[in-house]
Design a protein. Structure first.
Length: 472
């Protein structure tokens, strides 16, 4: 993967200790990843205390996902225009304040509003953080190492969310799943200004407001439609209306971008083959990953009878394998090349998912789940690092925020797509087997197997797409 070298004097971010700065930036990304999983475990207790039914509880998740997925591209472009460091700090401060508000919530409306602010803040934080990483490490070798650390921290966040969600909710209460963000966020806010002392030079061009409005609306409608498919079905008027809105706004966005002098997303950026391929790969990886973690958590609790804490602990081998491989990714890329490492990682991921799909309704963790979990973690670790590297390959400093916004958007849209499609397939499979006379446990097990097989198919398609990239 060829990565453009940026000269310190012109465009690079000034950092006194860039590896320490990377660690603090990764902590902020840890918050975003942690928040995606930690809240799920607390939902039943939270709903009981605030008097929220199932539909209202779904909005605790949706209120976060909609602004996060919808505003990522705008957040990335704002970072390019006003400064990656500045927007990163604004996003982190907003995220911390919204987390405090969520933990202090005494009504469902207050909580849902706080979650929306969290999502909007994360849409500023995430692309700016990734842009800062690419600015701090312009050389391909250093950047790959940096993204290895980045991916390792993200993997820890995924596992910690499930584990901490159960522990904190049981020991302290549901409010703790939000308050846990405060000390980490405050540490990030306190240290980043001294570690990253300036932003790269930015071009103060006029912001493309029509483009921002149409793409944000299209992304929000897309995420909303995918969520609606899961909740009310594909042919429901709400789902069809959102799909139609997303298509119309997306067409309008392309029309605007082709004619504006300073587009929000210059369509020429997609002539960068590696960036385009990388984003498609990350969309498919996101689809496989989100569906996997949802199905695996429910399978362990609803089928195998694990409690929330045990379910969290059993995912530690997966997270451990992810962290180890993420750390080894730079060496793998150096020895095999980026394309081969990415394809190999995706094939390993698909193999682990297919193996997991064979788990029975009375599965023994050490016999049926441990092996697949390690393969899945290893595949995700390699795919996440090399896929992200591919997505920012050759990007100039002035478009680093855009690249960060694109890859995060791809993951979010992919996650919503994978969950909507595979959860619907699993539900249909489970219902069909129950109607045919199967026990509830056997029907659920078969439904989850189809989710794992579908996620494996996403990984294999991603491997095929990755073969189209230019090698390092």
């Amino acid at each position: 993967m060829s990565t453009t070298v940026h000269h310190e004097s012109a465009t690079s971010t000034r950092s006194t200790r860039r590896w320490l700065a990377l660690g603090i930036l990764a902590l902020a990304q840890f918050l975003v990843v942690l928040d995606a999983s930690i809240v799920n475990i607390a939902l039943p207790v939270l709903g009981a205390q605030l008097g929220m039914d199932t539909v209202a509880l779904a909005w605790v998740i949706t209120a976060y996902v909609l602004p996060f997925g919808g505003l990522l591209l705008l957040g990335g472009r704002l970072a390019d225009r006003y400064g990656h460091r500045r927007l990163f700090l604004i996003g982190t401060i907003g995220f911390v304040l919204a987390s405090a508000l969520a933990g202090l919530s005494i009504t469902s409306g207050m909580l849902v509003g706080a979650r929306a602010i969290q999502g909007a803040s994360a849409a500023l934080l995430a692309p700016a953080a990734l842009a800062l990483v690419t600015q701090l490490f312009p050389l391909a070798k250093d950047r790959t190492k940096a993204l290895g650390i980045w991916g390792a921290v993200a993997g820890i966040g995924s596992a910690a969310g499930v584990l901490l969600g159960g522990v904190l909710t049981a020991a302290i209460g549901w409010q703790a799943v939000f308050f846990v963000n405060l000390p980490i966020g405050i540490l990030v806010i306190a240290l980043i200004p001294s570690l990253i002392t300036r932003d790269p030079a930015s071009t103060r061009t006029r912001l493309d407001y029509p483009g921002a409005a149409t793409i944000t609306g299209a992304l929000v409608a897309t995420v909303g439609a995918l969520s609606a498919i899961e909740q009310v079905g594909l042919l429901h008027p709400l789902t069809l209306g959102l799909i139609g809105t997303a298509v119309i706004l997306a067409i309008a966005f392309v029309f605007i971008e082709r004619r504006t002098a300073n587009p929000l997303v210059p369509l020429g950026v997609f002539r960068n083959r590696n960036l385009t391929v990388g984003n498609i790969v990350m969309l498919l990886v996101g689809a496989a990953m989100v569906a996997l973690f949802f199905a695996l958590s429910v399978y362990m609790q609803a089928v195998l009878g694990y409690n929330a804490l045990t379910a969290g602990l059993t995912q530690l081998p997966l997270a451990g394998a992810l962290v180890i491989v993420a750390g080894l990714a730079p060496s793998m890329v150096g020895a095999l090349g980026g394309r081969a490492t990415l394809i190999g990682s995706l094939v390993v991921l698909a193999g682990g998912l297919a193996w997991l799909a064979a788990s029975p309704s009375d599965a023994i963790f050490a016999v049926h789940i441990l092996g697949p979990s390690i393969l899945i973690g290893a595949g995700l670790g390699g795919a996440f690092i090399t896929g992200t590297q591919l997505s920012v390959d050759g990007v100039e400093g002035g478009e680093a925020g855009l690249a960060g916004g694109l890859v995060n958007t791809s993951q979010q849209i992919g996650g919503a797509l994978g969950l909507a499609v595979l959860a619907s397939i699993a539900t249909a499979r489970t219902s069909a087997l129950e109607t045919a006379g199967s026990t509830a446990v056997d029907a659920l097990t078969s439904g989850f197997s189809w989710v794992f097989i579908g996620a494996a198919a996403f990984a294999l398609v991603a491997a095929g797409v990755a073969s189209l990239s230019k090698n390092a």
